[in-house]
Write a protein that binds this ligand. Structure first.
Ligand code: SF4
Ligand code: SF4
Length: 334
C-alpha cells in the first residue's frame, strides 16, 4: 500500500519478520468493529441489520486490545457501524497508538465536530472519512441530504488541526468513470486529503439495495477509464500499484482473506468482513480452522463479483514484496 515512508518501513520490517519466522499466514491490517450501530442507514450497508439487542452492544476496550495483541497486526482499521458512537473510542485509539499500531478511524464524519477534541494528531493515527461521490451522489449513497457538506467541513477542520486525513470511496454500478474522476479530483486537488482509498462495493447478502453492485468486467472497465489520462499517477491513492493494476484488469490474483481479518462483537469473522461463515474466539483458531482454499472468485459463488481490498490488497502486497521490480515500483507509486 502507498503510505508514509516510516509506516511503509514498519510494514516492510513486519513482512520480513514473518518471512524469517516462516509464518505462512499473518494479518497485515485488522478490520476492528467495536459496535454495529450507526447514525446513518446507507442502502448498500451490510452492517446495520443486526437486531436491536446487538446494535446496543459496545466492545470493551480491553477486549479489542487483547484481540489486536493476539494477532500482532501492525495496522488497525476501526470501522463499524460508526465508531465515533462508541463512548470509549478515544481511549481505544490511544491504547492502540501506545502500542505503535497504525490506526485508521473509519467514519461518516457526522460526529467529528462533537468528538474531535478527544483526539490528537499522531503519525500513528488517520481519519478515514467515507465519501462516495460529490454532494448529490454521496447524499444519495448514504440516503440523507446534507451529509456531504458536513463531511467536507469536518475534513477541513481535521486538516486545520494537523490530523492526517484519508478518505474511503465505495464505487457502485450507478457510478461512471466521470463520477469517480470528479470525486477523486475533488478530494485530491480541492480538499487535498492525504490519501484516498477506493473500493468496488461488495453485494452484502443483507444490504437492502441489491441492484447497484458492479460485476468484475464492469469494475475493470470503469477503473481503466477513470485511471486514464494520468489520473492514476496524479491521485494520492492509498493502494499498492499491483492492486490498482488488479482493479484495471491488468493482473489477476487469488483472494488472500486471511491478510485482512475482521474482529467484531461476535468474534473473529470467517472468512472476511464481507461474508460471514461463523465466528471464532481467537485469531489462531480463525487461521487454523478456516478452509481458506474454498474462498475467492471462481470458488464460492458469493465471491463471484468481489474485488474488494480485504481479499485482494494482501495478495497484491505479497506479490509486491516477492518481486524487487514491484517493490521499487511501489516506492515510486506508479
Ligand atoms: S455510514 Fe457506514 S456503517 Fe453507517 S450505515 Fe453507512 S455504510 Fe453502514
Ligand atoms: S473474495 Fe475473498 S474478500 Fe471477497 S468476499 Fe470472498 S472471501 Fe471475502
Amino acid at each position: 500500500m502507498s503510505m508514509p515512508l516510516r509506516q511503509s518501513m514498519r510494514v516492510g520490517t513486519y513482512l520480513l519478520r514473518q518471512k524469517l519466522a516462516h509464518r505462512e499466514k499473518f494479518p497485515l491490517i485488522v478490520e476492528l468493529e467495536p459496535l454495529f450501530a450507526c447514525n446513518l442507514a446507507c442502502a448498500g450497508c451490510g452492517k446495520i441489520q443486526h437486531p436491536a439487542s446487538v446494535l446496543k452492544q459496545r466492545m470493551p476496550v480491553e477486549q479489542a486490545i487483547a484481540a489486536i495483541e493476539e494477532c500482532g497486526a501492525p495496522m488497525v482499521s476501526i470501522a463499524g457501524g460508526e465508531p465515533l458512537m462508541h463512548p470509549q473510542i478515544d481511549v481505544l485509539v490511544k491504547e492502540l497508538i501506545k502500542r505503535k499500531k497504525y490506526v485508521f478511524l473509519c467514519t461518516n464524519a457526522l460526529l467529528i465536530p462533537k468528538k474531535i477534541d478527544k483526539f490528537e494528531p499522531s503519525r500513528y493515527f488517520a481519519w478515514a472519512v467515507h465519501i462516495d461521490g460529490l454532494a448529490e451522489r454521496h447524499d444519495a449513497s448514504v440516503c440523507k441530504e446534507g451529509v456531504f457538506e458536513e463531511a467536507v467541513e469536518a475534513i477541513r477542520e481535521c486538516k486545520r488541526r494537523g490530523f492526517r486525513v484519508t478518505t474511503n470511496t465505495t464505487v457502485f454500478s450507478t457510478d461512471s468513470p466521470q463520477t469517480v474522476i470528479d470525486v477523486l479530483n475533488y478530494l485530491n486537488d480541492d480538499l487535498q486529503v492525504d490519501e484516498m482509498m477506493i473500493s468496488p462495493a461488495y453485494a452484502y447478502e443483507k444490504a437492502p439495495d441489491q441492484d447497484h453492485f458492479l460485476g468484475v468486467n464492469e469494475t475493470r472497465e470503469l477503473f481503466r477509464k477513470a485511471f486514464a489520462d494520468g489520473n492514476r499517477k496524479r491521485w494520492r491513492l492509498n493502494h499498492s500499484p499491483l492492486f490498482l493494476d488488479f482493479l484495471e484488469g491488468k493482473v489477476d490474483f487469488g483472494c488472500t482473506a486471511w491478510g485482512i481479518p475482521s474482529y467484531s462483537l461476535k468474534g473473529w469473522q470467517r472468512p472476511c468482513y464481507l461474508m460471514s461463515d461463523g465466528y471464532v474466539g481467537s485469531y489462531k483458531e480463525l487461521i487454523e480452522t478456516t478452509d481458506w482454499e474454498k474462498y475467492g472468485r471462481g470458488k464460492d459463488p458469493r465471491c463471484a463479483n468481489c474485488m474488494a481490498h480485504c481479499g485482494y490488497e494482501p495478495s497484491a502486497v505479497l506479490a509486491t514484496t516477492s518481486s524487487l521490480r514491484e517493490s521499487i515500483r511501489a516506492l515510486g507509486r506508479s
